[in-house]
Design a protein around this ligand. Structure first.
Ligand SMILES: C[S@@+](CC[C@H](N)C(=O)[O-])C[C@H]1O[C@@H](n2cnc3c(N)ncnc32)[C@H](O)[C@@H]1O
Length: 346
């Protein structure tokens, strides 16, 4: 069983998860985060008693209840969600349990919550395209921002970054870990199969299921990308095994995001999504979990993607511990990239 810090373990025992994440009929609320992912993120967030925390993505309210325990009566949690109905549901639950140290705000989390800062910690459970300047500007120097990001500037190239805010309101990357969350969206999201942004071509099959692709090639050639998708509907991609039992596919993905960010594409459809190589005649994309890829057509994409796996093997199968985050200031926010770091010397 995974061990969390004593403070996070105590918070997990103090909050009844089911009360927050289940509807009265016992079904699971869609906007929840898996408990182990919340717990490991909160461990990395290192929240102290008395801290002021900004949370983006209230969802069920479960993570803000845990944060409420961690900051204690002298601390504050300010939590923002773009869906007002969720906010009201969480507000009722927190009131029922006397959680008076949580302030709930309905609105777009990209703006942060300027009237309540500065914050010691910012944590997000929904993925921005860039880390918004507001989150950094509303933080105290020395504060931490822990947020899901897209490492290859491409939808679904997920990771969670931990970054430290500097004296001059810049930000320095500290660590990257695997983990993915829904893309940040507006209040009216009514479907969960197509990412709300970042898709370059989309078709629907005869059953109404969506097939989509994103990436530099598809952006440049949207008509060809549409044709590729139509072909995939007719000749469904096959699942092929790529990794051995002894290999960690998540480690490969970390290395792939760091070494080939500009060549990657994401393909999605009724079978889920994958990230890898796509060209005008076929695809070879690695599934987000497990040892398989989705493949279609005799393609250069397949040769290229399998070649990456071979280079990764020859490099000693480096993983998340061997990539570090680099944050680049842009007008629309902080872009996060993964860079390979040297192996630690023994
Ligand atoms: C995975 S859920 C959060 C789960 C939550 N941590 C929990 O414990 O249940 C992601 C949340 O982010 C919210 N969200 C998406 N886009 C947003 C935005 N632009 N601003 C604020 N919240 C947003 C969604 O409405 C959703 O509730």
């Amino acid at each position: 069983m995974t061990q969390y810090s004593p403070r996070v373990t105590a918070a997990l025992s103090a909050v009844d998860e089911d009360t927050y994440v289940l509807h009265p009929d016992g079904s699971l609320l869609t906007q929840t985060t898996a408990r182990p992912l919340i717990a490991s993120t909160l461990d990395g967030l290192d929240v102290q008693h008395g801290a002021k925390v900004l949370e983006i993505g209230t969802g069920s309210g479960y993570s803000s209840a845990l944060l409420s325990e961690l900051v204690g009566p002298s601390g504050t949690v300010v939590t923002v969600d773009v869906v007002p109905g969720l906010m009201e549901r969480a507000r009722d639950l927190h009131a029922r349990f006397g959680r008076t140290n949580v302030t709930l705000l309905a609105g777009d989390g990209h703006e942060g919550a300027p009237d309540h800062g500065p914050y010691d910690r910012v944590v997000a459970w929904t993925t921005p395209e860039r880390i918004p300047h507001a989150w950094v500007e509303q933080s105290r120097p020395g504060g931490l921002v822990v947020a899901p990001v897209e490492l290859a500037g491409l939808v679904k190239t997920h990771a969670v970054v931990t970054a430290e805010v500097t004296e001059d309101h810049g930000v320095t990357g500290r660590a990257l870990a695997p983990g993915g969350y829904v893309e940040m969206h507006g209040a009216d999201l009514d479907q969960w199969t197509v990412p709300p942004r970042g898709v370059d071509a989309l078709v629907h099959d005869g059953q109404g299921a969506a097939w989509w692709v994103a990436g530099a090639w598809a952006k440049k050639h949207p008509a060809e990308a549409g044709k590729l998708l139509t072909g995939l509907v007719d000749e469904q991609p096959q699942k092929v095994r790529v990794f051995e039992d002894s290999e960690d596919p998540a480690a490969f993905r970390a290395w792939m995001y760091a070494t080939h960010p500009d060549e990657l594409a994401t393909l999605g459809g009724p079978m889920g999504f994958g990230v890898g190589a796509v060209d005008s005649v076929g695809v070879f994309v690695f599934r987000p979990f497990g040892p398989d890829a989705l493949s279609s057509g005799a393609t250069t994409a397949q040769t290229m993607a399998r070649g990456w796996v071979e280079v990764w093997r020859r490099a000693g199968r480096p993983g998340w511990a061997r990539v570090r985050p680099v944050l680049l200031r842009e007008s629309s926010g902080w872009r996060v990239r993964a860079e390979e770091s040297e192996p630690a010397r023994s």
